[in-house]
Design a protein. Structure first.
Lengths: 104, 624
């Protein structure tokens, strides 16, 4: 199999992830989009590992899976916490970083 | 020893200042008297020892206290030098200064600021000694500035009256104008000659390496400094106002310190001024104009201290005529004799003022001859001396100046000086007769004078009568010991003895006629001059010079300041900064939509940023 196919798949997955993060408001969907982007990167790393014939990329990908698992636990906890605070999983409901135009 | 002489007054001033500040309510003021008068007395001893060792034929004495600044080749030491000129200056400054200190102990007795006064007074003495004994122009400038500072402190001594503060500020600010010239001159000298060492000796040795134009510029700028300190046209207006201080201060400023600094400075730089006779001529003309101008004003004044102030300015004019025309030792000789009789006049005036409970108008005095005989006799001697009546001190020095003015063939200067001599006799005797002879309507209730105020008068009267003999000219069988001793680069006179005798006769005749005029006008009934004609109004108002300065300098400055505070600063400067701030805010407001707090938008921004960077890098790396 040509590695180009894997590159294209990874790019596609990453783009879908980005579009998901930017356009969707549901925190769960946003989270899943981020996971998708991470998976795309893992795929890319493994592909490179195969192409170059070294184990480095595969090792990093394995590490990433572990990190992602830990991160998933944190992320879900944060989402639950946010939901408890304001009964909403809409990301637009959280605008604490907003700059008010009139208080400049 | 020289260092000790300069440092002692500063130390005692510091000590008294600390003592005064820590115990302002100290009842027993004897400690101030002992220290304040004792220190100048020690300096008298030291200065006389110095003078005598120089008279024994010893060459110039040097004394380095410590090195002040040393950067590479640039070395300024706190060093002192006593050559014949400075030794003579220091001797009479300390002697007369000490007498004034003794007098002040009586004059200021019981004043709440007694300790403060003596602290300032010693500071004044120390500054003047520093100025005179300085070994290089930098140290001289330090002394010069300190003299200005102490005069400011003393003129504004009675600081509860805002008029006195104004007078002190006026003196200080006008002196700053002069110092401006002085410091530029020093800087130019340093740029020109600093490489070869910056002591007076080194400068004198290298002075010919500078071009005449440069020397003239330096000479004029130095003289601007002298104008300020020595109250010459046009920077003289502070001197009459400086009378706001206590009378001993006036005596010290006018006799021993401060105003003589300018003349001394020109004599100190005589090695420079001999190279540029044209600048010297300018100095002489300024001196002559000041002498005549001040004499005219003095003839119409009615405040005893103002009359004396203008007479000082007039006598300083004489000194500048002398040093300007190259008769340096005659100028210094006049400084020397003038110190005696001017100190005496001021002390006498102070005694009269105290006796009459602070009355300064001569036309409210009168008939004090009987009640204050000692003051009368001593002041009479001083008046004779200042009027140039032989054989009193002023006669010899003034005559020497007039002779050198005549001999220089600048007859205008000579004529102005001669007219001034007549006026001097007139206004001085006008004052004397009004105060001591003229009838009064009511008896005065006199306050008793302490002995410390009268004893110095006697000593000074003796000095005023005799010190002139130190400089008797050749024409009168003397050897002009004073002038020979000073050994300054004088321009030689070329006059026959007959001409000298004639000139002297003329001067004496003018002096006597001034005296007679004053006697006829003021000995019986003394009335102030009325402003009934245009000329008299003009003179009584001092030619409106103060008003003129106010109009030409002060008012435009105020208008300009107001313009700046009201228009330029708020509208232009603040406006510009305000516009910057506003513009920044407006731009910032446009960007606030980026900070909308929505996570997705931030993610989008990151995406855009990363894309732009990646694209840029790809192009840079040449991949695409």
């Amino acid at each position: 199999m040509k590695p180009e196919l894997f590159f294209m798949l990874a790019s596609l997955l990453f783009s879908i992830g980005i579009v998901g993060v930017v356009s969707r408001r549901n925190l769960f969907v946003v989270y899943m989009s981020i996971e998708l982007m991470l998976s795309a990167i893992s795929l890319l790393l493994v592909t490179f590992s195969k192409v170059l014939g070294t184990a480095d990329g595969a090792v990093i990908a394995l590490l990433m899976i572990g990190v992602i698992a830990a991160e998933a636990a944190l992320f879900l906890a944060i989402i639950i916490h946010l939901y408890r605070r304001s009964r909403s999983v809409d990301s637009d409901a959280y605008q604490g970083l907003r700059q008010e135009a009139n208080d400049a | 020893m020289l260092s000790l002489m300069v440092v002692l007054p500063f130390l005692s001033a510091l000590f008294m200042a600390v003592l005064y500040l820590s115990m302002p309510r100290l009842k027993n003021q004897n400690i101030y008297t002992i220290i304040g008068v004792g220190t100048p007395a020690i300096t008298v001893l030291l200065s006389l020892i110095t003078l005598f060792s120089l008279m024994q034929g010893e060459s110039t004495i040097y004394n380095t206290l410590f090195e002040w600044i040393s950067i590479g080749d640039f070395n300024i030491s706190v060093a002192f030098m006593a050559d014949r000129l400075s030794a003579v200056m220091v001797s009479f400054i300390t002697v007369i200064g000490t007498l004034i200190h003794i007098y002040a102990a009586g004059y200021m007795r019981g004043d709440a600021g007694y300790g403060k006064f003596f602290s300032y007074f010693n500071l004044f003495m120390g500054s003047m000694l520093l100025l005179v004994l300085a070994d290089n122009p930098i140290m001289m400038f330090v002394g010069w500035e300190l003299v200005g500072l102490s005069s400011y402190l003393l003129i504004g001594f009675y600081h509860h009256d805002s008029a006195n503060i104004t007078a002190a500020n006026k003196a200080f600010i006008l002196n700053r104008v002069g110092d401006f010239g002085f410091i530029i001159a020093i800087a130019l000298l340093f740029v020109g000659l600093g490489a070869g060492g910056f002591t007076f000796d080194a400068i004198a040795a290298n002075i010919t390496t500078l071009s005449t134009e440069m020397l003239s510029l330096i000479g004029i700028l130095l003289f601007v400094g002298a104008m300020g300190k020595s109250a010459q046209i046009p920077l003289y207006v502070w001197l009459p106002d400086a009378m706001a201080g206590p009378t001993p201060v006036s005596a010290l400023i006018h006799a021993a310190t401060m105003v003589t600094a300018g003349v001394y400075m020109v004599a100190r730089y005589s090695f420079l001024y001999v190279e540029i006779p044209d600048v010297g001529l300018f100095i002489a003309y300024v001196g002559a104009a000041s002498a005549l101008f001040a004499a005219i004003i003095a003839s119409f004044q009615s405040d005893i201290k103002k009359i004396l102030a203008y007479s000082t300015m007039s006598q300083l004019g004489y000194m500048f005529i002398a040093v300007g025309l190259g008769a340096y030792s005659s100028g210094i000789f006049h400084v020397f004799t003038h110190a005696f009789f001017k100190a005496l006049l001021f002390m006498g005036a102070g005694a009269v003022i105290i006796a009459l409970h602070h009355e300064q108008n001569i036309f409210k005095m009168g008939a004090l001859k009987k009640s204050l005989p000692l003051v009368y006799v001593t002041m009479f001697i001083a008046t004779l001396a200042i009027s140039g009546i032989p054989p009193f001190a002023g006669f010899f020095s003034k005559d020497a100046i007039l002779v050198s003015a005549f001999s220089s063939e600048h007859y205008l200067i000579w004529a102005m000086a001669t007219v001034t001599a007549l006026l001097t006799a007139y206004y001085m005797f006008r004052m004397l007769f009004s105060v001591f002879h003229a009838d009064v309507a009511e008896e005065h209730h006199l306050q008793k004078l302490p002995q410390s105020m009268t004893a110095p008068l006697v000593f000074l009267a003796f000095g005023s009568a005799t010190v002139g003999f130190l400089g008797v000219n050749e024409a009168y069988g003397g050897s002009a010991w004073f002038n020979t001793f000073l050994a300054l680069p004088d321009t030689p006179l070329h006059l026959s003895h007959t001409a000298e005798y004639l000139l002297t006769a003329l001067n004496v005749a003018l002096g006597l006629s001034g005296m007679v005029l004053a006697y006829r006008g003021f000995a019986k009934v003394a009335k102030p001059t009325e402003a009934n004609t245009f000329v008299k109004t003009l003179v009584l108002n001092k030619f409106y010079v103060d008003e003129f300065y106010t109009l030409v300098i002060v008012k435009p400055l105020l208008v300009l300041s107001r313009l700046i505070t009201n228009v330029i600063d708020p509208k232009l400067v603040d406006g510009f900064i305000g516009a910057l701030v506003e513009g920044y805010r407006a731009i910032a407001r446009e960007f606030t939509w980026l900070q909308n707090g929505k996570v997705r938008y931030y993610a989008l921004q990151i995406l855009v940023g990363v894309s732009v960077m990646s694209t840029f890098m790809l192009f840079k790396l040449g991949v695409l």
